[in-house]
Ligand binder design. Structure first.
Ligand code: GLC
Length: 553
């Protein structure tokens, strides 16, 4: 297969314009600020940026309540600034993905305002209504404990409207062909302005049937093909990265058995089991999750992440596994959220232990898929548990030791910059880490460079090598006659392991690509390694001689 599929070997960096960099000094991040920081991102080596919602919005769910799909929130700049930004990214070879939030609108969106006025409104059927309160109104809330119901009565309309999320986020009636046509129009608009695709928010809900009589939503998968076809017709190399926390049985329904639906999905299965593996030093369930999510069309790709802007959802783990992760990484109630997850950033979850952080990110960069980093991860930024719900992990980027971490010149940043303590901007910031060769920032830059030089991981197939030790994960990737092997010891104690590479030809050496620590096989062709606590190794299989022999064979 030709390697035009850029997303197969990409490194994605997710950020919110609001909290990244404020150029005009009003306390709110903006596109001009982001534009100025593009060289930083280019230096880090990321190949794509995913922007969280930046459209006009009342901002009651951090922009995931859109009031106009065709604009830029004036707090962040103008459409002109947006195009300057996509152009600046393109000049540096960085692609831009944006959030596409079309399961619902804000209740302030003119469509909803019009719809509620009269049953004759042309927009009435763009939303989901019921004359009576549906019997299941108290079921299916996404934010339990904060959200009371999924059906709320609107006085102006005199009816109940459906909202899978908060009550200010009325669900669009996505079965309506007019709504579907509008979704395509929105995609076409942003494609024209320079983006390479979309992170599609809450996809299972977008395509699920909605209505007062729907007991269990049924996914309308054909819709996915419609989105894909339109997008590829307008711009062949654009992609959709789906947010779909679903069971492995349905993965192929989302990717399409012929690879004709979503190009990418976030791997929530691996994400949750990876946290269990880190908490318990037991990689068994992680390997099962990897095997379960292995089948996918050749053109499809997983998005691999550790923490994102939401809580770490542990809903797919067995109760004892979930308890273990809570106990290790979020024991206090104040660290937990929605009865299912942990709201902290990764660095405080791992007690700021650099060995464990490197281990965790090394896994993120080498498990099957395309890594998706969150802004500030490259510095080991922390969280502010005094902020409500998910806001604790959405604080501004920490650039320097200047006031407010150099994020803004204003005395009132949109959200407080973390200050003081182990994670305050005084100790954790980009300017100082840039100068320190041992910093998290420089480590991340090095592994990103190496990850891009290992297309075997993004493109190839993986094989789990038997180490006989559940604390040690050994993977081999093969692509185009080349192989790489990555090893991780998830335990806080040293482990000695012996394993074969499972290759049928002569036993090659393992060349370490991050240090001088290479490995020669023993006379049985096996490798015997003594791994320190939390050690990780990235190897290329064989030296040049071996590779030449193999490509001739
Ligand atoms: C997705 C987003 C989340 C948002 C929700 C509603 O789950 O990741 O942040 O609140 O959708 O749009």
């Amino acid at each position: 297969m030709i390697n035009d599929l850029w997303y197969k070997n990409a490194v994605i960096y997710c950020l919110s314009v609001e909290t990244f960099m404020d150029a005009n000094g009003d306390g709110v991040g903006d596109f001009q600020g982001l534009l100025r920081r593009l060289d930083y991102l280019h230096g880090l080596g990321v190949t794509a940026i995913w922007l969280m919602p930046f459209q006009p919005s009342p901002g009651k769910d951090d922009g995931y309540d859109v009031a106009d799909y065709y604009g830029v929130d004036p707090r962040f700049g103008t459409l002109g600034d947006f195009v300057e930004f996509t152009h600046g990214a393109k000049q540096r070879g960085i692609r831009v993905l944006i959030d596409l939030v079309v399961n619902h609108t804000s209740d302030q969106h003119p469509w909803f305002q019009d719809a509620r006025k009269s049953p004759d409104s042309p927009y009435r059927d763009w939303y989901v209504w019921s004359k009576k309160k549906p019997t299941n109104a108290n079921e299916g809330m996404v934010f339990p404990g904060v959200q009371k119901t999924t059906w709320t009565r609107d006085e102006a309309a005199g009816e109940y409207y459906f909202h899978r999320f908060y009550e200010f986020q009325p669900d669009l009636n996505t079965a309506n062909p007019r709504v579907q046509a509008e979704i395509l129009k929105i995609m076409g608009f942003w494609i024209q302005l320079g983006v390479s695709g979309f992170r599609m928010d809450a996809l299972p809900f977008v395509i699920g049937t909605k209505g007062a009589d729907v007991k269990k939503p049924v996914e309308q998968y054909d819709m996915l093909r419609t989105f894909r076809e339109f997008l590829q017709w307008r711009q062949g190399d654009s992609v959709i990265l789906a947010e779909a926390n679903v069971l492995p049985e349905t993965d192929m329904d989302y990717f399409g058995h012929d690879g004709d639906r979503m190009q990418m999905m976030f791997n929530f299965q691996v994400n949750q089991h990876l946290f269990y593996a880190l908490a318990a030093a037991d990689t068994g369930p992680l390997v099962e999750a990897m095997e379960a999510t292995k089948p996918r069309p050749a053109t499809a790709q997983w998005g691999l992440f550790l923490r994102n802007h939401d809580e770490l959802d542990l809903g797919r783990l067995k109760p004892q596994q979930r308890e273990k992760v809570f106990a290790e990484f979020g024991p206090d109630k104040s660290m937990q959220l929605y009865d299912r997850g942990i709201r902290r950033r990764l660095a405080p979850m791992l007690d700021g232990d650099k060995r464990r952080l490197e281990l965790a990110y090394s896994l993120m960069f080498t498990l099957p898929g395309t890594p998706v980093l969150r802004y500030g991860d490259e510095l080991g930024m922390g969280d502010d548990l005094n902020l409500p719900e998910r806001n604790c992990a959405r604080t501004p980027m920490q650039w320097s030791t200047e006031p407010h971490g150099g994020f803004t010149k204003s005395s009132k940043p949109v959200s407080p910059v973390i200050s003081g303590g182990a994670y305050g901007f005084e100790r954790v910031n980009a300017a100082e880490q840039r100068r320190d060769p041992e910093s998290m920032l420089n480590w991340t830059e090095r592994v990103i460079r190496m990850r891009k030089e290992m297309p075997e991981i993004g493109w190839g197939d993986f094989t789990v090598l038997d180490t006989g030790d559940p604390a040690v994960l050994a993977l081999r990737y093969d692509w185009r006659n080349n192989s790489v092997v990555v090893i991780h010891n998830l335990d806080g104690k040293p482990h000695e392991v012996t394993f074969g590479l499972g290759l049928d030809d002569t036993a090659p050496a393992l060349i370490n690509v991050l240090s001088d620590d290479h490995s020669q096989p023993n006379d049985k062709g096996e490798h015997c390694l003594l791994l320190d606590a939390y050690a990780y190794r990235w190897y290329r299989v064989g030296g040049l001689d071996y590779l030449l022999k193999r490509s001739e064979a």
